[in-house]
Design a protein around this ligand. Structure first.
Ligand SMILES: CC(C)(COP(=O)(O)OP(=O)(O)OC[C@H]1O[C@@H](n2cnc3c(N)ncnc32)[C@H](O)[C@@H]1OP(=O)(O)O)[C@@H](O)C(=O)NCCC(=O)NCCS
Length: 154
């Protein structure tokens, strides 16, 4: 007998303070140098655009973006490890871009570790280009790691 595969229910909603337990659990599982709970609280309190992605009603990813003066700065974009590699990262970035467009944003910026192959590849595929290198931007096991600065013009 064939198993019946149910389609996944994938949705976005604005992040609430009540979501932060889930968010910090995913953050700590996904990043070697995760944001603190305070970073997320500050982002919500500062009015940054913060969205939660849910799969079948459970937290599965999120993104955080600062929007000002026609520019967007992607501060965090993350898919829970269990859901990575199935196209959800692309959906998160596409949702983020649509949100930025809806606010009249003309360009988006982000920083990413050159060693973060999945993220660099994803952003390139979606249309970001590398415009600069910020030396020693990130903490790393041995000293510091540079950041690629990437930009997408609308
Ligand atoms: C980066 C991240 C968001 C990607 O999410 P994901 O759900 O795994 O990515 P997707 O399955 O949507 O793949 C998106 C594209 O990247 C490619 N990709 C994914 N993982 C890859 C890898 N390890 N190496 C090369 N390419 C990869 C896919 O082939 C896909 O390309 P396509 O759409 O042209 O087929 C996810 O790995 C993540 O949350 N990592 C931890 C947090 C992080 O580093 N965030 C970025 C900070 S700047």
């Amino acid at each position: 007998m064939n198993a019946v595969l149910k389609p996944l229910d994938f949705t976005f909603r604005p992040m609430d303070p009540e979501d932060l337990d889930d968010v910090i659990r995913i953050e700590r599982a996904a990043y070697p140098y995760p944001w603190t709970l305070g970073n997320f609280k500050d982002s919500l309190e500062s009015g940054y655009s913060c969205w939660l992605a849910e799969i079948n009603g459970k937290s599965a990813g999120y993104w955080v973006m600062m929007l000002a003066a026609g520019e967007g700065h992607i501060l965090n974009c993350c898919v829970a490890p269990d859901w990575q590699g199935r196209g959800f990262g692309r959906l998160l970035v596409e949702h983020l871009i649509e949100t930025a467009r809806g606010h009249g944003t003309e360009c988006l910026y982000l920083e990413v570790r050159p060693s973060n192959t999945a993220a660099v590849f994803l952003y390139q595929r979606i249309g970001f280009e590398t415009i600069a290198l910020r030396k020693g931007y990130y903490p790393a096991d041995h000293g510091a790691e540079d950041a690629l600065i990437m930009r997408m013009l609308f």
